[in-house]
Design a protein around this ligand. Structure first.
Ligand SMILES: Cc1cc2nc3c(=O)[nH]c(=O)nc-3n(C[C@H](O)[C@H](O)[C@H](O)COP(=O)(O)OP(=O)(O)OC[C@H]3O[C@@H](n4cnc5c(N)ncnc54)[C@H](O)[C@@H]3O)c2cc1C
Length: 367
């Protein structure tokens, strides 16, 4: 049974550039409480497919949560991509889209912090939400470095000009156009970022842009807690509908058949498994859930779902961070991890969809 997805009505579609559409979705009347979000978070959208039933894709919210208005995602066509082109070609006002509630950890801890934002192309989507929200609710300075191929591909150009004019003391936008300046080099980025070394940095864009920017930030000594990145990958799994049930069932069968000592994809050390059921405490949405029967080899998300706890997730494959937890006590190991880096792991962050227990007691929080 599909318990977490919602059908939202499309109330507006705006062609931002030749290849990017903003889709605005009405908040559902009954389930509006599921759609509170923080700037920088994303929705997971079910795109219909003749081949697979559904192609699940994440799209960051470009809207701001301030004022509780409708939700907007901004989708840029990917060359030869399936879902982004389907959305831009087919989604029109009056349609409905099936989505999972907002999730993700690419969001400032404080909206009043000074923010150094790096966006490349469609990477502007979570960044404009952070900018809009921080300008309304925060007090810090915001410096946005925004790289694009050429002037015509700049999404939200007019709004950024307006916001910068309205907040000259708080917002500075630096446009970098490949057509004019070529690709930014590491030296240029370093020279730029070095003026803002005390700011909280957020980076989102094409993989090479992010890799270079993050490595520049590391070189400049930005500590882990002030260095954030959002990777725009396509999900391989399908967190929607019946296929989800099938996956959970398949996983349970797999766990039952697998000798724990033969699990080889461990990315978090090679610790032994507990011999018996594990004591688990989970903080989620202000509630404390306590269990004494978390079975070794069972993933945290699967255990919580079996207990009726609606924990967040999206890909279920260790490829996004929608299910991120922070360890408070004990240890888990992840069977697969494509998204957390060494710094995240050192900070105690793990993926709930891939975490199996290592110690007899595990305490985690989703906040
Ligand atoms: C946290 C997060 C936030 C993101 N935010 C944004 C955003 O704000 N804006 C944005 O534009 N992008 C965003 N993305 C990227 C987005 O999720 C997609 O990765 C992107 O749109 C490319 O998807 P695509 O299907 O068009 O392309 P691809 O994923 O490259 O399409 C090719 C894939 O589709 C499969 N495929 C081909 N035909 C079919 C078919 N008929 N049925 C099913 N599958 C098929 C192929 O097997 C192949 O795997 C975000 C990603 C993440 C993880």
């Amino acid at each position: 049974m599909d318990t977490q997805s919602f059908e939202l009505e499309v109330v507006d579609v705006v062609e931002e550039t030749a290849d990017a559409h903003s889709i605005t979705l009405a908040l559902p009347e009954v389930d509006a409480e599921h759609f509170g979000y923080r700037p920088g978070q994303f929705l997971t959208v079910a795109v219909p497919s003749d081949q697979t039933g559904v192609a699940a894709r994440c799209y960051s919210l470009s809207s701001s949560p301030v004022g509780g208005g409708p939700l907007t995602i901004t989708v840029k066509r990917t060359a030869d991509g399936y879902a982004s082109n389907w959305i831009c070609d087919h989604v029109r006002e009056g349609d409905t889209l099936r989505v999972l509630p907002p999730s993700g950890i690419f969001t400032p801890a404080s909206l009043s912090a000074d923010l150094l934002l790096f966006a490349g192309g469609s990477g502007i989507t979570p960044v404009i939400s952070i900018t809009r929200t921080a300008l309304q609710q925060g007090t810090g300075r915001i410096v946005l470095f925004y790289a694009n191929r050429d002037e015509r591909s700049v999404i939200f150009a007019e709004e950024l000009t307006r916001l910068a004019a309205e907040h000259p003391d708080r917002l500075m936008v630096v446009h970098w156009l490949e057509s004019v300046q070529g690709l930014p080099s590491a030296e240029q980025m370093k020279a730029f970022a070095s003026a803002y070394q005390s700011y909280d940095a957020f980076v989102c864009g094409p993989a090479p842009f992010m890799k270079m920017t993050v490595s520049v930030l590391k070189e400049l000594g930005f500590p882990r807690e002030r260095r954030h990145q959002e990777k725009f990958i396509s999900l391989g799994g399908n967190p929607f509908g019946d296929l989800h049930d099938v996956e959970v069932a398949e996983h349970e069968i797999e766990v039952a058949q697998t000798d724990p000592d033969e699990v080889t994809e461990v990315v978090d050390g090679d610790e032994p498994q507990p011999q018996g059921p594990v004591h688990l405490e989970v903080e989620l949405d202000g509630e404390q859930h306590v269990f004494d029967d978390w079975a070794p080899g069972t993933k945290l998300l699967d255990h919580l779902e079996a207990k009726g706890v609606k924990a967040p997730y999206s890909c279920r494959e260790g490829e996004c961070s929608a299910c991120a937890i922070r360890l408070l006590e004990g240890e888990v190991k992840m069977l697969h991890n494509d998204v957390l880096d060494d710094d995240d792991l050192a900070d105690g962050i793990r993926l709930g969809c891939q975490a199996v227990p290592v110690t007899d007691t595990v305490k985690v929080t989703y906040s």
